[in-house]
Design a protein. Sequence first.
Length: 317
Amino acid sequence: MPSMCFIIMLMRDAAGIAEGLRAGTPEVLAAWRRDRGGIDGDAAGRLVEEVARLLEIFAEFLRSPEPLEGFSREGSTRAMVTKISAIQHDLGRDAVGVIEDYATLRRCVWRFVEGRTDLSTIDGGEVARFLLKLMQAADWVTERGLAEFERIARAQMESDLGRATATDLLTGLPDRELFNRWLLPQAVEDHERLALVVFDLVNFSETVAGGNFQRGREVLLGLVEAVEKSTPEGALRARFGDDEICVLLPATNPEEAYAIAETVLDNLARSPEGPRADAGVAGYPEHGNNPGELVASVLWALKTAKRVGGGGIVVAR
């Protein structure tokens, strides 16, 4: 471990500050652990190891003439931040805790530099450039760390919801809340193009209102079966409303989705006692730049189809 005199000797200019920070990493790390209330256990040990590596990257970046764009080190820094985010999630951190981890690290770095350096003896412009790079690097790490943490937390929540009560008990499909809050936003994020089709049963409300609940159950499950048989592998199906089933089709344009909807309705029509349905079709990004706009477009199309009569299919404008 470098002696204190050696570190103070190093920190006589901006390059020396960065080198002193690298040499003083164990001290900064110890201060960070103390300020975060003590970190123990296997996951905590892995977090400390990754933060130590992050401090080394900080020092390397601060010592170099590279602008902020070079801090990513062709993606390796981001990969490290992703690993840190996963460990933070394992430790039960929330978003505030993630931000505080990085904010505390920046404070510890600054206290170390301030305590080991007489900044008045160093050129002011050089000090300003050093501090700017330190803040830029810290902000970059915090922003990406928080984004990665939220992505991991969202994926975990989706998994938890899927194992819990986020499925419709009658159909076994994801319910509308899970679809709207998690599945559709994730699909829009993951795919450059997709299509959404919503099928609405004809006269379902009248059937149920008349007390024929068994018939209502039969026609709903009949629609689910037709949708499952007629939609391709990779399609995501959900119960969209009391009498509505939706299907999300990745990498599909509205015209292809229309053809799939026709197949579903044709299969329904083959059974004389089977259900009848209308369908609305909308595509991303043609009919909506975000999940909310896409849903609004498909509901407009479905409402228009229902005006046409049983078996109508309308593509959003």
